[in-house]
Write a protein that binds this ligand. Structure first.
Ligand code: CUA
Length: 230
């Protein structure tokens, strides 16, 4: 999760987020190079002493500074498209989780396992434990197996919400009347925090998401306990 003074991206916990970080760094490098070049040229304009009295046109330089930016943009466009299609790829998921946005909490359904379902509310500040994270922890966490392809279906019951987990590179809108799909692969155990990122009303800031990533055998134990109790 993100803590104090972390202005960059969170450490990735999935291969797709890793690719997103690589692309971010690649695009940022190109941006810095353009900014430095343009900044240098603008700075040097202050020292122009207007000696070329008869300079009226320059066909060659205009050709260069028209075509060169187009070529530079291709170096961003192609990796961007590659990433876009990579994010859309569904690769034989072993677990499907359905999450439904409500004003203002999430509810989850494990439709592969006798439709285990539960609501997930933020823990209010006056009830949080001393080792808990304020405005980020929930009463019922999503438990998911690590090292497995997971499909996530997102929808909403009232207004548009957005199911977002930065460390996994997942951000999907939950829209009433629609069922959106994405997938991810968690490559380490741990807690992964996220928040709704669609302005959905007064308590938009208070419907966080917590994923508990555990080894597969722990997940099977957890889900079988829940199937039996429901
Ligand atoms: Cu739900 Cu913002």
């Amino acid at each position: 999760m993100s803590t104090w003074a972390n202005l960059g991206l969170q450490d990735s916990a999935s291969p797709l987020m890793e690719q997103l970080i690589f692309f971010h760094d690649h695009a940022l490098l190109i941006l810095v190079m353009i900014t430095v070049l343009v900044g240098y040229l603008m700075f040097m304009l202050f020292f122009n002493n207007y000696i070329n009295r008869f300079l009226l046109h320059g066909q060659l330089i205009e050709m260069i500074w028209t075509i060169l930016p187009a070529i530079i943009l291709l170096f961003i466009a192609f990796p961007s498209l590659r990433l876009l299609y990579l994010l859309d790829e569904i690769n034989e998921p072993s677990v499907t989780l359905k999450s439904i946005g409500h004003q203002w909490y999430w509810s989850y359904e494990y439709s592969d396992f006798n439709n285990v379902e539960f609501d997930s509310y933020m823990i209010p500040t006056n009830e949080i434990s001393t080792d808990g994270f304020r405005l980020l922890d929930v009463d019922n966490r999503i438990v998911l197996p690590m090292n497995s392809q997971i499909r996530i279906l997102v929808t909403a019951a009232d207004v548009i919400h957005s199911w977002t987990i930065p460390a996994l590179g997942v951000k999907v809108d939950g829209t009433p009347g629609r069922l959106n799909q994405t997938n991810f692969f968690i490559n380490r155990p741990g807690l992964f925090y996220g928040q709704c990122s669609e302005i959905c009303g007064a308590n938009h800031s208070f419907m966080p998401i917590v994923i508990e990533s555990v080894p597969v055998n722990y997940f099977i134990k957890w889900i079988s306990n829940n199937v039996n109790s429901s």
